[in-house]
Design a protein around this ligand. Structure first.
Ligand SMILES: [Zn+2]
Length: 732
C-alpha cells in the first residue's frame, strides 16, 4: 500500500510521484537518493548508498543488458548527481564470484577480498569513470532490482545494542534478518545473497553495529520500505524513552547561552593550538539541546569512552571523543584549560597504546594522536577537521552518535565496535591507498585569514588570492554590505562543502563576512570573536584598509582630518595586530601566525599636498617594526608598501583622479569614464617607475600573500615595496 507523509513522524516522507513519473530510471535513482539523504535521521553525510538495476543498451552490440547503477565512492546522497553513480555490468559482477570462490583462502579480511575491489573497474558499463564503492557487492548480490543501504540514527541505535539480534526479532519479526558486524566487502555481499535467496519473507537486514539494508523490485516501494523500517525503530525507541533519566540524568546545570558562547571563544584558540601540534585544525562548535543533554549527563563520561559504533562515523570521529571533566558552574576557563591539558595527554597515550596493541605487520604508520571531537559540559561539542567542511562532518557524525547512544541506552545497552575491528577499519590498507591518492593540500588549506578591507580593491583581490590557496577567509570591512558582497562572490565560487552541523556562525562554509571599524578596539574584538567561534582561531591578519584625504584648494587641512587620517592609517594597524595578539599567544608559537599591514612607499617620499597621509604611513611603517618585536615569537609582522594602485581603488575617486591629471598636465575630458581616467593616471604613474609598469591590486595581493606565507617564514619587521621601482622610495 502506498505511503504518505502523515504515516511518518520520525522521518520526512518526500516522494512526489508526479515528479518521479517525469524521470528516467537512473534519474529516479538520483531522486530517491537525494530525498533519502536530505533527512539526517535517515542517513548521515557521505554515509549509505543506493542502487537500481536498469536495462540499458550495450554500446558494444546494441543489445539490452542489465546494468547496476550504484552510488560510487565519495560524495553523499543528499547532493548526488548521476555522475556520482558508477554503472557496472550486473552479470560480470556476479561472474566475479567464481574468481573469488576459486581462490584460497577467501573470506573476510583475506588478501583476495581487498583484491576484488580492483576487479570492479573491469565490469564498468559505458566507460563511466566514477570509482566503485566497497559496498558494490552488497547491492549486486542482493537480487532485487532496488536496494537502499542507510545509516539511520534510530535504526543504528538498535544495531548498536548488546541484544541487537533479539530486539530485531521483537520489533521486525521475519521482516528483517540479522547479520553481526562485518566489514563491508565481497564476503559480506555473499552473506547477504544467501539471506536474500533463502528467506522469502525477509525484506532487509540489520547490519549489526552498522546500519540497515533493504530491497524491493519497485523503486518507490523500496523507498517506502526504507522509511517504514526506520519509522518503526523510531516509534519503538520513543515508547521506551527515559525522559529526565536519559543518560543517567543530569549531572551539570545548564549554562546561559551568552556566557557559554563567551567561554567557548575564550577557550578555542588555546584548544586549537593544543590539538594542532602536528597539523593545524579548523573547529566547528556544535551546541544544541541534544548535545547539551549528553555532555551535561551522568553517563557522558562512560559512554564517550565506549566510542562511536558506526564505522562511517568512526573514520572521522576517531575511536572515541575526548570528554573533559569540568564543572561549568565554576565559569573558570583557566581550570578548564588545565583539565584539557591532562585529558589530552591521557588521550594521546591511549591512542598510542591502541595503535601498538592492534597494529599488523603491514599497517600504515600511526596517524595524528589528537582527538577530533571534544566534549565539554556546559559548552557542548567542539569538532576538528582539516578544513571547515571536514570539521562540520565530524561534528555531524558525533551528533548522530549521540542520537544512537540515546536510543540504544533507552531500549538496551549501547556497545561499541570491538577495538581490533575499529583499528582494522581506521588503518585499512584500502583506506590508506585512498588517502595517498588525495591531491596534496594547498598551503593555506588549514588556515584562517582575516582580510580587512575586503569589500573592494586590494582587499578584495587578496581575499580571492587566499581562497585560491584553500584558505578560510574572513571578509572584514567597515562597509558590511561590501564585505558581504565579496564573501557571497567567493561562496558562489567555492561552495559549502559537505557536513551538516555547527551552531550559529560556526555552521559556515569557507568564507564569512564581518563588519569592522579598525579605529575601534571593541569593533575589532567583536569581529575576532565571531571568527574564533566560526573557525577556532586566526592564522593571518591582512590589513588593506586605509584613507587618503587631500587638503582643499587653498591647501587647508583641519585637525579633525589629521586625526582621522592618523586614526585609520596608523592607530588602526596597531589595533588590529594588538587585538589579535592574545589569540596568537593562546594558539602557541608553533602556529607561526602572521600579520601583513598595507602601508605606502609615500611613507618615505616627501612631496606636496599629502603631508598627513605620508606621515601617517611613515608612522605605520615604524609601527610594523615595533609590532614585529611585540608579537614575536607568536606572529611575524610585515608591511607591504604599494605606490599608486589606481585601478579599482576607492582611494582614487573620480575627483581625486581628475585633480591629479590636472596637476600633471595630462589632457582628459569630463566625458571619459572613471575607469578610463584611472587608467590614464596609472599609465602616467607607471612612466615614472623603473619598470614602466602600472601597479595593480593583483600585484599587491600577491605580495600580501607572500608575506603571510611560509615562503617568507624567516622575515619579520620588513617593509616590502611593491611600487614598480621608485628610486625615491629605496631603503635608506
Ligand atoms: Zn554503511
Amino acid at each position: 500500500m502506498s505511503k504518505e507523509k502523515s504515516d511518518f513522524k520520525h522521518v520526512n516522507y518526500e516522494w512526489d510521484e508526479a515528479h518521479a513519473a517525469t524521470l528516467s530510471p537512473v534519474e529516479r535513482l538520483v531522486y530517491r537518493s537525494n530525498i533519502l539523504g536530505s533527512d539526517q535521521r535517515i542517513t548521515n553525510t557521505g554515509g549509505g548508498n543506493t542502487s537500481s538495476k536498469v536495462n540499458e543498451t550495450d554500446p558494444l552490440n546494441g543489445e539490452s543488458v542489465e546494468v547496476l547503477w550504484v552510488k560510487g565512492s565519495g560524495g553523499d546522497l543528499r547532493t548526488s548527481k548521476v555522475a556520482n553513480f558508477s554503472s557496472l555490468y550486473q552479470e560480470k559482477l556476479i561472474d566475479l564470484q567464481s574468481i573469488y570462490a576459486a581462490t584460497t583462502p577467501n573470506g573476510v579480511k583475506t588478501e583476495i577480498e581487498d583484491k576484488m575491489v580492483h576487479m570492479y573497474p573491469h565490469t564498468t558499463f559505458n566507460l563511466n569513470p566514477r570509482p566503485s564503492s566497497i559496498d558494490t557487492p552488497l547491492h549486486s548480490f542482493i537480487g532485487a532490482k532496488h536496494v537502499d543501504h542507510m545509516h539511520p540514527i534510530s535504526f543504528i541505535a538498535i544495531a548498536a545494542c548488546k541484544n541487537s539480534e533479539a530486539l530485531t526479532k521483537e520489533i521486525y519479526g521475519d521482516q528483517l534478518a540479522y547479520l553481526p558486524w562485518q566489514r563491508p566487502g565481497f564476503d559480506l555481499g555473499l552473506k547477504m545473497q544467501t539471506v536474500y535467496q533463502e528467506n522469502k519473507d525477509c525484506v532487509g537486514i540489520n547490519m549489526g553495529q552498522h546500519g540497515l539494508i533493504n530491497w524491493n523490485d519497485d523503486d518507490k516501494a523500496c523507498y517506502d520500505l526504507t522509511l517504514e523500517l526506520i519509522e518503526k525503530a523510531g516509534r519503538y525507541i520513543e515508547s521506551k524513552d527515559r525522559g529526565a533519566d536519559t543518560f543517567g540524568g543530569q549531572k551539570y546545570a545548564e549554562v546561559d547561552a551568552d556566557k557559554a558562547r563567551q567561554m567557548t571563544i575564550d577557550l578555542l584558540p588555546y584548544l586549537r593550538g593544543a590539538v594542532s601540534q602536528n597539523k593545524r585544525f579548523i573547529a566547528t562548535v556544535h551546541r544544541d539541546d541534544a548535545v547539551l543533554e549528553f555532555v551535561n549527563s551522568n553517563d557522558a563520561e562512560r559512554l564517550a569512552e565506549i566510542g562511536t559504533s558506526c564505522p562511517d562515523h568512526f573514520l572521522r570521529t576517531k575511536i572515541k571523543p575526548m570528554y573533559v571533566a569540568w564543572d561549568p558552574a565554576s565559569g573558570d576557563v583557566d581550570a578548564l584549560k588545565a583539565s584539557i591539558q591532562s585529558a589530552l595527554e591521557q588521550y594521546r597515550a591511549d591512542y598510542a597504546e591502541y595503535y601498538e596493541a592492534c597494529k599488523h605487520a603491514n599497517s600504515p604508520a600511526m596517524r595524528d594522536a589528537n582527538p577530533t571531537v571534544i566534549l565539554i559540559p556546559g559548552l557542548g561539542m567542539i569538532a576538528f577537521g582539516k578544513n571547515k567542511s571536514e570539521s562540520r562532518v565530524t561534528a555531524e557524525f558525533y551528533n548522530c552518535a549521540i542520537g544512537v547512544m540515546r536510543g540504544a541506552e533507552a531500549i538496551d545497552e549501547y556497545i561499541g565496535l570491538p577495538r581490533q575491528e575499529a583499528f582494522d577499519i581506521e588503518y585499512w590498507l584500502l583506506e590508506e591507498a585512498k588517502l595517498q591518492r588525495m591531491p596534496k593540500e594547498k598551503e593555506f588549506a588549514r588556515k584562517v585569514v582575516v582580510v580587512i578591507g575586503a569589500g573592494s580593491g586590494i582587499g578584495k583581490e587578496a581575499a580571492f588570492r587566499y581562497i585560491a590557496e584553500g584558505a578560510h577567509v574572513v571578509c572584514a570591512d567597515l562597509d558590511l554590505a561590501a564585505a558581504q558582497a565579496t564573501a557571497d562572490e567567493i561562496s558562489a565560487k567555492v561552495g559549502m562543502g559537505i557536513g551538516v552541523a555547527g551552531t550559529g556562525v560556526s555552521s559556515c562554509g569557507n568564507v564569512i563576512a564581518c563588519q569592522m571599524d579598525i579605529t575601534d578596539a571593541d569593533s575589532i574584538q567583536a569581529c575576532y570573536d565571531e571568527v574564533v567561534y566560526a573557525f577556532g582561531g586566526i592564522d593571518v591578519v591582512a590589513l588593506t584598509a586605509g584613507i587618503f584625504l587631500a587638503p582643499n584648494v587653498d591647501g587647508e587641512f583641519s585637525v579633525k582630518q589629521w586625526e582621522l587620517v592618523f586614526k585609520i592609517n596608523s592607530v588602526g594597524p596597531y589595533l588590529v595586530a594588538d587585538t589579535a595578539k592574545p589569540i596568537f599567544v593562546a594558539q602557541g608559537k608553533h602556529m607561526k601566525s602572521a600579520v601583513v599591514i598595507t602601508t605606502s612607499v609615500n611613507g618615505v617620499v616627501s612631496k606636496k599636498g599629502s603631508v598627513a597621509y605620508d606621515s601617517s604611513k611613515s608612522a605605520a611603517n615604524h609601527i610594523v617594526r615595533e609590532l614585529a618585536v611585540e608579537l614575536a615569537p607568536y606572529a611575524r609582522v610585515n608591511a607591504v608598501a604599494p605606490a599608486t594602485v589606481v585601478k579599482g581603488s576607492l582611494m582614487f575617486p573620480r575627483d581625486r583622479v581628475m585633480a591629479s591629471l590636472a596637476k600633471y598636465n595630462i589632457a582628459y575630458s569630463e566625458a571619459e569614464s572613471t575607469e578610463d581616467l584611472r587608467l590614464k593616471l596609472a599609465e602616467f604613474y607607471a612612466s615614472r617607475t623603473l619598470t614602466n609598469a602600472p601597479i595593480t591590486p593583483a600585484d599587491q595581493a600577491e605580495a600580501i600573500f607572500f608575506m603571510s606565507s611560509d615562503k617568507s617564514s624567516k622575515t619579520t619587521g620588513l617593509v616590502f615595496n611593491v611600487d614598480g621601482g621608485l628610486h625615491e622610495a629605496f631603503l635608506r
